[in-house]
Design a protein around this ligand. Structure first.
Ligand SMILES: Nc1ncnc2c1ncn2[C@@H]1O[C@H](COP(=O)(O)OP(=O)(O)OP(=O)(O)O)[C@@H](O)[C@H]1O
Length: 347
């Protein structure tokens, strides 16, 4: 079942087309992440779902109804923003209970208590329910913000970089918890980020936005392995995909119309050009290059290699014996090259 959709939605601000003919269907229980750099139109897309913006063209539906002309209060959506928007003079319990006490909601005190306690448990803030929110850490405050959205069981959750104000460790913890909670509750979430790690780990599908357009929407794996174009290819992967001239890495048969070849670092095969005792082995396959740097990250090692004046990243095994300055031969794992035409579209 489709829980929310945009159909050919366009939103302009003066000369700027913030969202340009975006069509997007979010399934019930799905976690869709909108990924793109600053100004790509992520927040505006989210605000169209929320009813905080009205599209100039196109339609918005939520739970099967056309809500294009309805305001936020009439859409039954919950938002979480980057900055916690909590009531500082209230306790954690009162902040979590607040959305349930809105006028028109007839929820008994006992039901409120039960729901708040459930959510507090889920978010692991139950021991803090009596604390004032000002006495919480940043991570706890953001948990309360997320909890405030979750108590209500709305049609749709809209989250705009909810973890970006947190430090790396908290961010990771909360990211894992958010995914677990979303699965447990079967919640439908549209989530905005420019963090590829969040996108890769949270999303059922990633929507890649560029200049207001939805460039690709698919599972993280498909966007990574079969990007629609160079732009989408560059959004995922760290280090970024290597882009070289069609023949620079000797990648075999190049399809007609290929202007660039994309090779992920893990698909660059690197072999030493000389035997360890200085005696030449049979020359390895590939183009000659030289190792510029080797960085050890524990679980992986990344080398930067110069091949004929071009630099490419290669993922090496953790126990690699390759070191800086070594002459090497670089090639591409068979079948792993991605070909792009002059417009950047993948062939
Ligand atoms: N209220 C507004 N008035 C004028 N221009 C706006 C307004 N809101 C957004 N824009 C413009 O629309 C474009 C898309 O903005 P949007 O905030 O949707 O991008 P974003 O991908 O969310 O970026 P960020 O990651 O920086 O939040 C930008 O060029 C922005 O300057």
């Amino acid at each position: 079942m489709i829980k929310a959709s945009l159909t050919s939605a366009t939103k302009r601000f003066g000369e700027t087309v913030a969202v340009d003919g975006v069509s997007l269907e979010v399934e019930d229980g799905e976690f869709v992440v909108l990924l793109g750099p600053t100004g790509a139109g992520k927040t505006t897309t989210l605000r169209l779902f929320a009813g905080l913006e009205t599209p100039d063209k196109g339609r918005v539906t939520i739970a099967g109804s056309d809500v294009t002309r309805l305001g936020p209060a009439e859409r039954d959506v919950a938002f979480v923003f980057q900055q916690y928007s909590l009531y500082p003079h209230l306790t954690v319990f009162e902040n979590l209970a607040f959305p349930l006490k809105a006028p028109g909601r007839r929820v008994s005190a006992a039901q409120i208590r039960k729901r708040v306690e459930e959510i507090a448990e889920l978010l692991r803030i139950a021991p803090k329910l009596k604390n004032r929110v000002t006495a919480l850490s940043g991570g706890e405050m953001q948990r309360v913000s997320i909890g405030r959205a979750l108590v209500r069981e709305p049609n749709l959750f809209l989250m705009d970089e909810p973890l970006s104000s947190l430090d790396a460790k908290l961010r990771e913890d909360l990211r894992l918890e958010l995914k677990r909670i979303q699965r447990d509750l079967g919640a439908t979430i549209v989530y905005v980020t420019h963090d590829q790690l969040e996108a890769m780990t949270l999303a059922d599908r990633i929507g890649v936005l560029a200049e207001g357009r939805l460039v690709q929407i698919d599972t993280p794996r498909v966007v990574y392995e079969r990007p629609a174009n160079i732009y989408a290819a560059q959004r995922l992967g760290s280090p970024q995909i290597n882009l070289v001239a069609p023949t620079a890495l000797a990648v075999g048969e190049v399809p007609g119309g290929a202007a660039q070849v994309g090779v992920r670092p893990e698909d660059v095969v690197v072999a030493p050009r000389e035997g360890t005792n200085g005696v030449a082995n049979a020359p390895p396959k590939g183009v000659p290059g030289e190792i510029l740097t080797v960085e050890h990250f524990g679980v992986e090692t990344i080398a930067l290699i110069d091949i004929g004046g071009r630099q490419v990243h290669a993922l090496l095994g953790p126990r690699t014996t390759l070191t800086q300055g070594m002459p090497v031969a670089a090639s591409v794992r068979p079948g792993a090259a991605l070909y792009f035409d002059a417009t950047g579209a993948r062939l």
